[in-house]
Design a protein around this ligand. Structure first.
Ligand SMILES: [Cu+2]
Length: 590
């Protein structure tokens, strides 16, 4: 019989199986604290991890387990989430506030275990409470297993490139004001590359992020979109990039002048420094498909060749798609992603679906006393899936689920929209705008194979809707414009090499005139460790759109005695907005 002993020694936790085989788990300390940062000519305190912005990078090998001791020395409740980590049988450590845990209160701490399994490539971690992830985030780099290699030539060097968003005002205040007003949050003041706005913003030039390269060498960029709201276009002047992975899963290499990246998504890129030695701009700006207000500024970093040469006095900017609403450019890039699907990285797209789900994604409005809110006609903006707008529970759902605490959530989340109408009509009756409020979950059977069709609607305002699932990756088998056609659209599914992602943008329709909005079709829970899961739709609102979405496990092999809930937590966090119920209203059990 194996003996399991856990020791904490010299900062390493040792898991010993038997007497002779001990494995050290890397252990990190995250101190969440207010730190002054100066950007755009003014200084403000931001919430950071260990005083760093962006926060520290976590490193692991495929299949590793690492431990992070999180200390909240800030002045408000926080949680930390490991975005895209499957966390098999370990949902308690996953971090979404009020879903898997109560927040860590000021002065409190929480030791979180991050269990990697099939993920390989780039993921990221971020705060998962209110809007704190704007400044509390960092990269997760997952190398191949010992003895294994990348499925592409080893790059000379690799760099995380974190795209971010900066507000001049305090993030907590911005959140509270948005909650109070019921309208859109103020647009950001700048976008950032590795924490810096770049040359095109005031007071920023000396600190622009510089990427130093040697002529002729190839580099790996681990691109992460940590922006709160916006899908971003990214490009390097004069250099093509080759996409080799996304969301910690390898893709078939494809070459492109630019990249489209959703909030929450990661993309691994190779590029070769094969141009004449000089300085070249790297740039990113928002892609916005809907008719909404947005930050139209451009962030830059500098690609600088090493060596002796005279650089151009004004380096050229890259050719980003010209229009901010260039949906064609956006979906062309996203639609080009394919799983690598080779001998060493096989895929397993489920063919037999046990649970078809059809989810409408809508922006909604809620009545507001004296029509005094900042949404359309004095209403409060909201959002829904299948017309249910999520209400935060009083205690976290995982706890309520595990301990059978009644009255925290319902189990009647609908498989299909309760109201059928022409979802993508240009003009829709006003009464459809008001959603139902609730904390409803969908319970799936153990071993369920799920297909989800996301159908955008034109209620209030059509827009792109980034969607993320916690703890699972999914195959994106297709997308299209207009209302989903259950006869024709499945015939176009890619079941051969669809990309395996954890975050995807359901795009706004490029052909608005025809009154159609797009759909995306997801298939399956590809993990071979099939699980029983239940869904919770957490529709947050405020802003042009905000989405959260969660999946929990039920008890896998209930006959086996385990000390925790088995399986995963899933969370869709696209444009993560604020809840329409203020955090202060919560009572969370100790
Ligand atoms: Cu997540």
């Amino acid at each position: 019989m194996k003996i399991l002993i856990s020791l904490q020694l010299l900062g390493l936790t040792l898991l010993c199986v038997g007497i002779f085989h001990c494995q050290a788990w890397p252990r990190y300390t995250f101190v969440v604290e207010e730190t002054p940062y100066r950007r755009l000519c003014s200084t403000k305190n931001i919430l950071t991890v260990n005083g760093q912005f962006p926060g520290p990078t976590l490193y692991a090998r495929m299949g590793d387990t690492i431990i992070v001791d999180v200390y909240n020395k800030g002045n408000r409740n926080i949680t930390i989430h490991w975005h895209g980590v499957k966390q098999l049988r370990n949902p308690w450590s996953d971090g979404p506030a009020y879903i898997t845990q109560c927040p860590i209160q000021p002065g409190g701490s929480f030791t979180q275990t991050i269990m990697f399994s099939s993920e390989e490539g780039t993921l990221w971690w971020h705060a998962h409470s209110d809007w704190d992830r704007a400044t509390v985030h960092g990269a997760i780099v997952i190398y191949p297993n010992r003895g294994a290699t990348y499925p592409f030539p080893k790059p000379h060097a690799e760099f995380p490139i974190i795209l971010g968003e900066w507000w001049k005002e305090d993030i907590g205040q911005l959140y509270n004001e948005t909650i109070q007003s019921g309208g859109d949050p103020n647009i950001s003041s700048a976008f950032l590359i590795n924490g810096q706005p770049g040359d095109l913003y005031p007071c920023s030039k000396p600190d622009t992020f510089k990427l130093m390269v040697d002529y002729g060498k190839t580099y790996l960029l681990r691109l992460i979109n940590s922006a709160m709201q916006e899908i971003l276009f990214f490009s390097i002047a004069n250099h093509k990039v080759t996409v080799v992975g996304s969301d910690a899963s390898y893709t078939k290499p494809f070459s492109s002048d630019y990249v489209t990246i959703s909030p929450g998504q990661t993309i691994d890129l190779l590029f070769t420094a094969d141009q004449s030695p000089n300085h070249y701009y790297i740039a990113a700006k928002a892609y916005v498909g809907g008719a909404v207000v947005y930050d139209n500024t451009t962030t830059t970093a500098m690609l600088q060749y090493n060596g002796n040469y005279t650089s151009t006095s004004t380096p050229s900017l890259p050719n980003l798609p010209y229009y901010h609403n260039d949906t064609k450019a956006s979906v062309h890039f996203t639609g080009s992603l394919r799983s690598l699907a080779d001998k060493n990285h096989p895929i397993d797209v489920p063919r037999k679906i046990t649970t078809p789900l059809f989810y409408t994604l809508s922006i909604n409005t809620l009545p507001c006393l004296n029509n005094s809110c900042a949404g359309p006609n004095g209403t409060r903006l909201a959002a829904s899936v299948n017309n249910i707008s999520f209400v935060n529970p009083s205690i976290d759902i995982l706890q309520a689920y595990y301990y059978h605490i009644n009255g925290v959530f319902g189990t009647r989340f609908p498989n299909f929209p309760p109201l059928l109408f022409n979802f993508t009509a240009q003009v829709l009756p006003l009464y459809l705008q008001t959603p139902k409020l609730g904390t409803e979950v969908k319970i799936l059977k153990y071993n369920a194979t799920v297909e989800i069709v996301f159908q955008g609607t034109n209620l209030v305002a059509g827009d792109d809707h980034p969607m993320h699932i916690h703890g699972f990756s999914f195959y994106v088998v297709g997308w299209g414009l207009g209302n989903f056609d259950e006869d024709k659209d499945p015939l176009t599914y890619n079941l051969v090499d669809p990309p395996l992602l954890n975050t995807i943008a359901v795009p706004v329709n490029a052909l608005q005139k025809k009154g159609s909005l797009p759909t995306k079709f997801f298939r399956g829970l590809p993990n071979s460790l099939s699980k029983s899961v239940f869904f919770d739709e957490k529709m947050l609102s405020v802003g042009n759109m905000s989405w959260n979405w969660n999946l929990f496990p039920t008890k896998e092999r209930p006959s086996k005695k385990v000390s925790m809930v088995v399986g995963n937590v899933i969370y869709l966090a696209g444009k993560l907005g604020a809840n329409f119920i203020n955090d202060k209203n919560y009572v969370c059990r100790k």
